[in-house]
Design a binder for this molecule. Structure first.
Ligand code: APR
Length: 312
């Protein structure tokens, strides 16, 4: 009988807990919820609560809370949320110096214990964190990816669906670039079941929705004093599932570019195919001159963050 997959979740906070709940409900495998020694009780408590949840919902996954990296050894998928989230008034970039130290520590442990895993990074500022994790862990570029585009696209899809009075199921969108104010929603590829969005909505309304999408994370931080966790967790789980089940999904994600879109040695949101090989390819799509200029601006903002990281 094939063994169950092992999913290691690094960070047992708001997103980590939701990731564990979804991984179990989706029968992805056994879950290890890791946090620092100070938060071991939180990790163990959430794990026990979620195992008990399984006897109501009917899943048999084992869910373990730990502060020992040995328990994460040999994971098939590692999802990283370690770090601090935003508080109202903070940008994702404001988190850089704190979260960089944390991600370096996580990367060393991934290198030592989980070298064969597919690693999905969620910690912010996303593009700098995923770059650092790959650099320090030394894992191959196809095995380290950042979750941002699926979440940003989900926000855009929701706002469009509500504006048009149609189901979210029929709205597809692509959001590229860095995970910050400079993100680039490519509205030419946005459709309602194949119907280009621009045929259905005025330019003014579309522009307003695009602006709301770029500030979509901040809108939630302002409301509840910390960052979102349900949709970020679902987005990462859809990527983990694409890998574990070899779904070959075409999704926007932060991937390591080596010449694609004219970018070198940079993680930035681009369309990728995720399957059993991890990030199996970066798909190059045509962009308008304006969209490419916006993507270049976003890449420049990510480079600035990387420069700042090098000094820390
Ligand atoms: N290793 C593992 N976990 C760590 C480490 C570390 N070195 N340092 C901190 N953590 C843990 C914290 O103890 C905390 O439990 O990471 C967890 C983060 O959880 P929350 O504070 O609830 O934050 P969350 O909302 O889950 O967001 C985590 O994802 O979207 C991003 O901006 C967000 O960077 C933030 C991250």
């Amino acid at each position: 009988m094939p063994r169950r997959h092992k999913i290691a979740l690094i960070g047992a906070g708001n997103i980590g807990g939701e990731l564990a709940a979804l991984a179990a409900r989706e029968h992805l495998g056994d879950v290890v919820l890791y946090d620092i020694p100070d938060k071991e009780g939180l990790a163990k408590g959430k794990a026990l609560d979620l195992e008990q949840n399984g006897s109501i919902l009917g899943y048999d996954s084992s869910i373990t809370g730990t502060s020992n990296w040995d328990d994460c050894a040999g994971a098939d998928v590692v999802i990283v949320t370690a770090g601090v989230p935003r508080k109202p008034g903070m940008s994702r970039d404001d988190l850089l110096s704190i979260n960089l130290k944390i991600i370096r520590n996580v990367a060393e442990n991934v290198k030592a214990k989980c070298k064969d895993a597919f690693v999905i990074v969620i910690s912010n500022p996303l593009d700098a964190m995923v770059y650092e994790l790959k650099k320090v862990s030394g894992l191959a570029k196809n095995k380290v990816v950042g979750m941002a585009g699926v979440l940003d696209a989900a926000r855009l899809q929701l706002f469009l669906a509500r504006e048009l009075g149609v189901s979210v199921k029929d709205v597809r969108a692509m959001v590229l670039g860095g995970h910050g104010d400079t993100m680039v929603p490519v509205t030419a590829y946005c459709t309602v079941n194949g119907v280009p969005i621009r045929q259905l909505i005025s330019k003014e309304k579309l522009d307003a929705i695009v602006t709301r999408t770029a500030g979509g994370g901040g809108e939630i931080v302002k409301l509840m004093g910390t960052s979102a966790y349900y949709a970020p967790a679902s987005a990462a789980i859809s990527m983990a599932k694409a890998y574990l089940r070899d779904e070959k999904r075409l999704l926007p994600a932060a991937a390591y570019c080596e010449g694609e879109y004219g970018y070198k040695d940079l993680y930035i949101g681009v369309p990728v195919v995720i399957g059993a090989g991890g990030v199996e390819k970066i798909v190059q799509i045509e962009l308008t001159a304006e969209e490419k200029a916006n993507l270049d601006k976003s890449a420049a903002a990510v480079r600035e963050l990387l420069e700042a990281s090098r000094k820390l």
